[in-house]
Design a protein around this ligand. Structure first.
Ligand code: URA
Length: 286
């Protein structure tokens, strides 16, 4: 990876103080084991008519954004993740969520007691940014700092994410919305559990339906597996444009993982370039 690319990602200091890096990475998020099994939960298709109309119909921009090769489950490694016991699309709660407007949705997330994560949270973290964003970034779950401040990606991983966005000329809040698969912090930053993902999935589904982004950037295995319905490792999925329903999805490693794994930063840079291409295609109306 070139020095320039590292600088653009804001990764220069990492080469200087490994002890500081270790501390940052420990605080940022749980270990990202790339080849662990999927959480086994899929995002439901919105059930309400309004949601179905928005999520099911590709926007002209999204259609134009598909200049890069679009791949839907490329090989046998990308087998479907097993379904969770809870099937949000089929219950009344998820149907209600699929019909919510932004205000009701955020209030519902903040008051949610659907799983035990509500017991340990300071506050729920619905998401932040432009509600008409072209780019939706989906991460894993709030960490300690996010739980305190009520905003996604404000800790060490968030700083790296902001640098990654800046490297492709994008900025949090300006045409960008940031959300997580889970809206509440798992204790000790442990991995999300399948029932937790299942309970939270309708919220992310509704956010996607309301925003109607032209590109989704899924970072980390939980976001990727949840959106793409696959338990394939990131290494087998990256480098291609996938789809969640009709929306192009570019994937990459979680920034917290990148803070600890220098060799994979070169791959993240490639992923960012692919994301930038998708966004440029959308902007130019190709
Ligand atoms: N990691 C995530 O996946 N999301 C956050 O909001 C913070 C850290």
């Amino acid at each position: 990876m070139s020095r320039r690319a590292l600088d653009e990602l804001g990764l220069g200091p990492i080469w200087i103080r490994r002890d500081q890096l270790a501390a940052l990475a420990r605080d940022a998020a749980p270990e990202e084991a790339q080849d662990e099994p999927a959480p086994g939960v899929v995002i439901p298709r919105p059930a309400a008519p309004a949601a179905a109309a928005t999520a099911g119909t590709p926007s002209p921009a999204a259609t134009k954004a598909s200049r890069a090769p679009v791949v839907v489950i490329p090989d046998a490694r990308t087998r479907a993740a097993p379904q969770a016991d809870i099937k949000p699309a089929e219950n009344e709660r998820s149907r209600d969520i699929a019909a919510m407007d932004w205000e009701t949705l955020e209030a519902s997330i903040r008051a949610c007691t659907a799983c035990a994560l509500c017991e340990g949270r300071t506050q729920a973290v619905p998401g932040v940014g432009d509600r008409s964003a072209r780019l939706l970034i989906v991460g894993e779950a709030p960490g300690a700092e996010e739980d305190k401040r009520g905003e996604p990606f404000v800790g060490a991983a968030g700083k790296l994410l902001d640098n990654m966005l800046a490297a492709i000329g994008e900025k949090r809040g300006d045409g960008v919305y940031i959300a997580n698969v889970l809206k509440c912090r798992p204790p000790g930053n442990r991995n999300p559990q399948p029932p937790e993902v299942a309970e939270c999935a309708p919220y992310l589904a509704r956010q996607i339906a309301l925003i109607r982004p032209t590109v989704i950037f899924a970072i980390g295995r939980f976001a990727i597996q949840t959106l793409l319905k696959t338990d394939a490792p990131i290494s087998a999925l990256r480098g291609k444009v996938h789809r969640h329903d009709e929306t192009p999805v570019v994937i990459s490693y979680h920034p917290a993982y990148l803070l600890r794994n220098l060799p994979d930063k070169a791959k993240a840079w490639q992923d960012l370039l692919l994301l930038g291409e998708q966004l440029a295609a959308t902007k130019s109306g190709d």
